[in-house]
Design a binder for this molecule. Structure first.
Ligand SMILES: C[S@@+](CC[C@H](N)C(=O)[O-])C[C@H]1O[C@@H](n2cnc3c(N)ncnc32)[C@H](O)[C@@H]1O
Length: 316
């Protein structure tokens, strides 16, 4: 199985330099712009090109899911299960200097890794990251504006206006994060917890909004005109379609395959989660927009069945 890399747009002139750096020839993937295949034994993590953010390690199948979104300039894109962020980086590269991307993930530590990746590739300008449950996430791209406001509440809100992002968090927040880190448990947000904004870029549309505008909700009818142009639901799954993931069972022991991949209770609850994520992603989609549902599983239960059930629910 070959491995794949994606060249950062604008770095095409460095192709030969990258080849010399990782000591192999890059084979262009004809159907996937910017993608190249390399032999499986090539390690890119220690290369200069990777460390300088000229190349990304990303599977061709991940690239295919993003290409299917058909991103156009100015699109507001929602990535509902975004961490660790390989597809999000590609979305932001395709958006360039227009539109915005909103990335959501239920796992704080995974989304924090995504933030690090955005910083490495200098892609955070038009992006905002929310730790939130994608099955209930309700924040629209540009904020909810309320027309009739008393003078007093307008004053109060002015004080609540979000200024430019700073990585300096109030000590209470830092203490909480430190405590959670120390416990070693995965930091997952619950369904009814308020979304937590852990990063936003200067052109993400957040700075200047009041918290009420940012977190305000609108009715489903209004989403038709104010929702996202493109939604990616790259749902949590059993990863059985990833050869590299399945190879890890050589190390974990094949006996654990039953528990990790084939367990009926786990796959049933995953299908329910997948359907909820897909339905909520669709709820936030603008009229005429496009949604891509993807998984890295090959099971019918996590793909065709979920989509079929979704279409039945919406009578589509
Ligand atoms: C297949 S991974 C996504 C990979 C990612 N799109 C990328 O390209 O790097 C699935 C992600 O879904 C997240 N997830 C699981 N349940 C979720 C939920 N209820 N809401 C939002 N994200 C969820 C997991 O934390 C995990 O990061």
């Amino acid at each position: 199985m070959p491995r794949y890399i994606r060249l950062k747009p604008g770095c095409e002139a460095f192709l030969q330099e990258v080849e010399a750096d990782i000591k192999c020839k890059l084979e262009k993937v004809s159907w996937l712009p910017g993608f190249y295949s390399i032999p499986p034994d090539i390690q890119i993590a220690s290369s200069k090109a990777y460390q300088e953010g000229k190349i990304y390690g990303i599977d061709a199948s991940s690239g295919a899911a993003v290409i299917a979104l058909n991103i156009s300039p100015g699109d507001h894109v929602l990535d509902l299960c975004a961490a660790p962020g390989a597809k999000l980086c590609m979305i932001l590269d395709l958006l360039g200097n227009s539109g915005s991307a909103t990335a959501v993930d239920v796992a704080r530590h995974r989304l924090a890794a995504c933030r690090t990746m955005l910083q490495k590739y200098a892609l955070g300008d038009r992006c905002r990251l929310f730790v939130a449950d994608g099955t209930t996430f309700s924040i629209i791209p540009r904020g909810v504006y309320t027309e009739s406001q008393s003078c007093e509440s307008a004053m109060e809100e002015k004080e609540d206006t979000l200024s430019e992002w700073t990585s300096k968090r109030p000590w209470k927040e830092r203490k909480k994060a430190h405590k959670a880190n120390k416990s070693g448990a995965p930091q997952l947000i619950s369904r009814d917890q308020h979304p937590e904004l852990i990063f936003y870029g200067p052109h993400s549309g957040v700075a200047g909004l009041t918290k009420r505008e940012l977190y305000g909700t609108i009715c489903d009818n209004e989403v038709v005109s104010q929702g996202y142009d493109k939604v990616l639901v790259d749902a949590e799954c059993t990863h059985d379609g990833s050869v590299r993931h399945i190879q890890k069972f050589e190390h974990w022991g094949w006996k654990t395959l039953q528990r990790r991949v084939l367990d009926a209770e786990r796959t049933d609850s995953l299908s329910i989660l997948q359907l909820k994520l897909l339905s909520n992603g669709f709820r936030l989609l603008k009229g005429g927009g496009s949604l891509i549902y993807s998984t890295c599983s090959l099971t019918v239960a996590q793909n065709e069945d979920v989509v079929e059930q979704f279409l039945r629910n919406y009578r589509l």
